[in-house]
Design a protein around this ligand. Structure first.
Ligand code: PLP
Length: 225
């Protein structure tokens, strides 16, 4: 399948999910996750009009960035080691995996401009998942108030790989509730308007529960070279 054909199907599903939940499809940003695919396929993705690309590993990101440069807005969606921050921070636009103070400190120190960050939350509580526990999020955000190069634009989570739709829906709903709590604090450095949630298998549910940024790899750009 071409990326364009995949995108058409995804847009149809987005419209439907927005219809179900009284939302405007314009509120949804599609992040094309290119971690599984080649440079050629990444170029094809950009040609469809997708401007936001996501990578989850440093090496994969740098390889793509070398070719694409700033023809895309770059989202770093994977675990980021503090000591690697300096290698990529001037090349990425958005970090989706802020989950600890040491990482915030390093980003703040190394970046020359404010970076939009999502705080990653482990809503499901699975041990294999990264992210802060929900009850740690407010304290964490308040603790980085004086980091002038960090802007908390939203919260991010990954749902578990389960078939039960209600389980997934509850996780997304809990993240939305937590986002509202942060928003109500009216922190200047943490507007926290956005929700980065939903991947190939669960983006429709995520949109119905308020996602503003969906991260789609296999069903948009493909899962192999
Ligand atoms: C790989 C990845 C995605 C995309 O996964 P698909 O299921 O292929 O859509 C989204 N978010 C993160 C954090 C990922 O690592």
């Amino acid at each position: 399948m071409t990326v364009a054909a995949n995108l058409e199907e995804i847009r149809t599903n987005i419209r439907q999910a927005c219809n179900n939940s009284n939302r405007d499809p314009e509120e949804i940003t599609i992040i094309g996750v290119t971690k599984y695919v080649t440079i050629e396929r990444t170029e094809e993705t950009i040609e469809t009009g997708i401007k936001n690309l996501g990578e989850n590993r440093l090496e994969g990101f740098l390889e793509k960035y070398n070719y694409i440069q700033d023809r895309a807005t770059w989202h770093f969606i994977g675990t980021l080691q503090s000591r690697k921050v300096k290698e990529i921070i001037d090349k990425i636009d958005v970090v989706h995996s802020l989950d600890r103070k040491s990482l915030a400190k390093e980003i703040n120190k190394r970046s020359k401009k404010p970076i939009d960050c999502f705080v990653q939350v482990n809503v499901s509580g699975e041990e294999s998942k990264h992210g802060l526990a929900p009850d740690e999020v407010i304290f964490f955000i308040e603790s980085i108030a004086n980091y002038e190069n960090i802007r908390i634009v939203g919260l991010m989570t990954m749902a578990p790989h389960v078939d039960d739709e209600e389980t997934i829906r509850n996780i997304f709903r809990n993240l939305a509730t937590l986002r509202n709590t942060v928003q109500e604090k009216n922190l200047e450095f943490a507007p926290c308007h956005y929700l980065s949630m939903g991947m190939s298998n669960d983006y429709k549910i995520a949109i119905e529960e308020g996602a503003t940024h969906i991260r789609i790899g296999s069903k948009l750009v493909g899962s192999e070279n």
